[in-house]
Each structure stands twice: as C-alpha cells, then as structure tokens.
Design a protein around this ligand. Sequence first.
Ligand code: SF4
Length: 146
Amino acid sequence: MDRESTAGKILEFLLENEGRDILQSDLWKELGLSSKDVSKILKKLEEEGLIKREPVVYKGRKTYKIMVLSDSLLNSDKIGVTRSVGRYLMRKLVNEALDIPCLSCPYISKCYEGGFYDPVNCQFLNEWILRNMRDRKQGASLPAQL
Ligand code: SF4
C-alpha cells in the first residue's frame, strides 16, 4: 500500500471514530499496518494541520491521543484528503439513507400524499427526520456542514 492510500485509510478511520479516544499505539494494530509507517504518516498529517496529537501515557508507555481536525480536512485541497473525506461522507450518507423507515415499511406501496398512509402525517418518518436533525445539530460536525 502506498503512502497516500495508507494516509487515506488512517484519515477515514479517524473520521469514522471521531469523538472516541484513539491512541497511536492502537491505531496501527486496528488497521493492520506497521507501527513505523503509521507513526511517519501521523507525523506528516500533523505537520499538514489535518490532525492533532496529544502526548499521553497508557499502560506505562508514552503514546499519543489522536484527534482529527475536521475543518482542516474539509478545507484541504489535497486530492488524497478530499477523496478520503468524500468516501467517508458518502458512506455516512448512504447509511443514513438506508436508515429511513420507509425502506422497511410494510405500507410503502399504499403510502402517498393525501392517502390513508401519508408521508406528510407519518409518525415514523417525522420522528426519523427530527432525530436526524437533532443528531446533526449535536456534534456530527462533518455532515452538518454539507
Ligand atoms: S411515510 Fe410512513 S407510512 Fe409511508 S412508507 Fe414511510 S414509514 Fe411507511
């Protein structure tokens, strides 16, 4: 795997786990990469202002807690970074779309505006929309900026 693909894999993992404490000493194991490669790439990503590393001691050993800097990622014009962010956002949007209650609703074939089953008055759909709006407002920083 070349440097750009490895960096992309790391960035996508960090975005998907945003808000979780990710330690450098665990990251390479979780991704099945070499410790040395991950260390070099994280250092470079930090120099580029895409992530932040905070020194911590875990189980008696020095390591770093890694935080992804979402705003810098979104504003980056580096092709590799843009691709990683794009793939992450696409996966997130697809997962959100697959979660819509209509996809598993037994009444979908009888549901239309003005009908007995009506999307305008549907409790399941309205709850889903409200839940998604609430989630976006609270901290789902990247999708909220779409
Ligand atoms: S709007 Fe409600 S009733 Fe209609 S298909 Fe979606 S979940 Fe089912």
